[in-house]
Design a protein around this ligand. Structure first.
Ligand code: M6R
Length: 609
């Protein structure tokens, strides 16, 4: 989850490195550093804190040179500090490396290197790699990199730089992303596309185990055995502006407002013109294929897991196949009962979340068919799964996921309808009706976004409370979980989501006078019961903000405030009720002065277990 950049070319490296790191800072931001070859030696500059600290440190004395690497860190081994910041060097300063991931066997390697006289400066796992380069160097940079790679275990993307071979960078990856940007007389390396998109759209996406030797006018890719690989150029089809803030104060707010478009893009080409069916050309499933599954697993982390919970509801309700939804980091350690009669669906915005990737690999190993729902074309998860459905949300930069969630719900809904069509578990008229309602969702999200003033007021009034509860039943509970995660993640308010009926089994003890409770009440079958639960918290003098559909005239009688969203089918209403919760989290974070796009301790893409 760190950010990596590299440059080899005719131009100065430092401006690209700093520009690229700025774009990647969302991946980690507790320290940053760059290394540039100046014609004689490799100058390394690093600083704890945000990238701006590094920029201030080198202002007026920027490293000069045409080959360089850079890194922005999210600490795993060793606290954030100047010394633990990357790049890391060997004892001589001839070998420099940046790394994203974890070297699992670094302790044994480190002990061995120390015995051989190497002196370590940092607490990181990464530094062993630089010292191994020094120890094993045999006059051949590339061969030494291979030798090092054969001795390390773990997950990584790595870029190597050598003073002895200063015309090239070598990079490789295992379970972590890395792309190579192809320029004219210059080439780029980055852990994510936003870092290079202002320079080139032509990229090679590196696969696990591939090793690339990058000079200013060539990129040579081989496998671990040294056999050449012909890479296909992947043209990035989104522009630099899509990865910028576009006038919004924060990426999160921009991405919240991009939801109508993201949702429309994700669904439009996949709905039959006459609304008779969902058309998922990427799957081409048939009844026999679907009937071969006795169970579906949905596996994901964080917000994507919350989308999975809604997906479970959709598939069970519409397609009538049993579904288990699990947190990826739990899934593979609980010995799930998986065989070739199961389908495992993993959901991941980034397509790089290591827990989700590992769960996917485990499901495959046990014989499950696999499907990935992801936003990033060519990501590790997209490549590992048997089949992929992409959410067309565009780049999501803010750590707090918003448009990824709504597009994931759209995909899960379409998938459930698609399955229902094949299995004939739903009348054609109902499919037609639901697709019609689905088409209205983008405009209804826009409408919901317009009603922001009351939310800003609530955020100001209640934003300094230290505890907030979210309650709901059925799909409302799933959305409550997402609203609560969003609030705690960026405003640092302690927020808990409870199935409304479960409150009285313990949590009600925490409800005291003035505590804000956000109550979602949109699901008809449990509406009366939710009202009873709302009365229970009101009786303890909680302040209740209700979330209801526009045609609801009942809820306002029992709560202190109501936020209404446009009327739609109750299956689709999570796509609308989540929007005020996203905005509430955003404005509460603003009220409290937290760093919305880069909340403390977190990073956008979690590529460590
Ligand atoms: O990239 P992924 O969808 O796999 O990420 C999963 C979670 O890390 C992510 O949703 C996280 O919970 C977000 N920061 C929540 O806003």
């Amino acid at each position: 989850m760190c950010g990596i950049v590299g440059y080899v070319g005719d131009g100065q490296a430092t401006p690209f490195l700093l520009e690229g790191l700025t774009k990647l800072e969302y991946r980690g931001y507790d320290s940053a550093g760059i290394a540039v070859y100046d014609g004689k030696s490799i100058r390394v500059e690093k600083s704890v804190g945000r990238l701006v600290s590094l920029k201030e440190k080198i202002a007026g004395n920027e490293p000069s040179g045409m080959v360089g690497i850079g890194h922005t860190r999210w600490a795993t081994h060793g606290r954030p500090s100047d010394l633990n910041a990357h790049p890391h060097t060997d004892c001589t300063g001839d070998f420099v490396v940046v790394h994203n991931g974890i070297i699992e066997n670094y302790m044994a390697l480190k002990e061995d290197l120390i015995k051989k006289g190497h002196v370590f400066k940092s607490e990181t796992d990464t530094e062993v790699i630089a010292h191994m380069m020094e120890e094993l160097y045999n006059g051949d940079f590339e061969a030494t990199v291979r030798d090092v790679l054969n001795r390390i275990d773990g997950s990584y993307s790595l870029v190597f730089m050598s003073r002895r071979d200063p015309d090239r960078l070598i990079c490789t990856k295992q379970d972590n992303p890395l792309v190579i940007g192809l320029g004219e007389g210059e080439n780029f390396i980055a852990s994510d596309i936003p870092a290079i998109i202002s320079r080139t759209r032509r990229t090679y996406i590196l696969n696990d185990g591939e090793i690339a030797v990058i000079r200013k006018d060539s990129v040579w890719v081989t496998n671990r055995e040294g056999e050449p690989i012909t890479k296909k150029v992947f043209e990035v089809n989104w522009n630099a502006e899509a990865a910028e803030k576009g006038g919004y104060e924060h990426f999160m707010l921009k991405e919240i407002h991009e939801q109508p478009k993201a949702v429309r893009d994700t669904m439009s080409a996949r709905l039959a013109k006459d609304d008779s069916a969902v058309v998922l050309d990427e799957l081409k499933w048939n009844e026999d294929f679907l009937n071969s599954f006795h169970k579906i697993f949905i596996v994901a982390c964080g917000t994507a897991y919350h989308a999975g919970l809604v997906g479970k509801y959709y598939i069970e309700r519409l397609a009538r196949i049993p579904v288990e939804c699990d947190i990826a980091s739990e899934f593979r350690y609980r010995s799930p009962i998986i065989d070739d009669c199961t389908l495992t669906i993993v959901i991941s915005q980034s397509g790089e979340t290591i827990d989700t990737l590992a769960a996917l690999k485990e499901a495959k190993r046990l014989g499950s068919k696999t499907l990935a729902v992801t936003n990033v074309v060519g990501s590790s998860i997209a490549r590992e799964a048997d089949q992929v459905i992409y959410t067309w949300a565009g780049p999501e930069i803010a750590v707090a996921s918003t448009k990824a969630y709504t597009t994931q719900l759209i995909v899960m809904f379409m998938l459930a309808l698609y399955m229902a069509g094949i299995r004939r578990t739903l009348p054609a008229a109902r499919i037609h009706e639901l697709i019609g309602k689905l088409r209205q969702i983008p405009a209804q999200i826009s409408e919901t976004l317009e009603d922001v003033e009351p939310i800003k007021t609530f955020a100001k009034v209640y934003g300094f409370n230290e505890d907030v509860f979210f309650i709901g039943r059925s799909l409302d509970y799933d959305v409550a979980l997402e609203g609560s995660l969003k609030l705690k993640e960026i405003s640092y308010i302690h927020a808990e989501a409870y199935a409304a009926g479960e409150l009285k089994h313990g949590t009600l003890a925490l409800i005291v006078e003035g505590i804000p409770v956000i109550a979602l009440a949109t699901q008809k079958s449990v509406y009366e019961k939710t009202l009873s639960n709302i009365k229970e918290v009101k009786a303890r003098d909680a302040v209740v903000i209700g979330i209801a559909a526009a045609n609801d005239t009942e809820l306002e009688k029992y709560v202190d405030h109501v936020i209404k969203v446009p009327e739609t089918d109750e299956l689709l209403i999570p796509l609308l009720t989540v929007v005020p919760l996203q905005l509430l989290a955003y404005y509460a974070a603003i009220t409290r002065g937290s760093d919305v796009d880069k909340p403390r301790n977190l990073a956008k893409s979690v590529t460590v277990e």
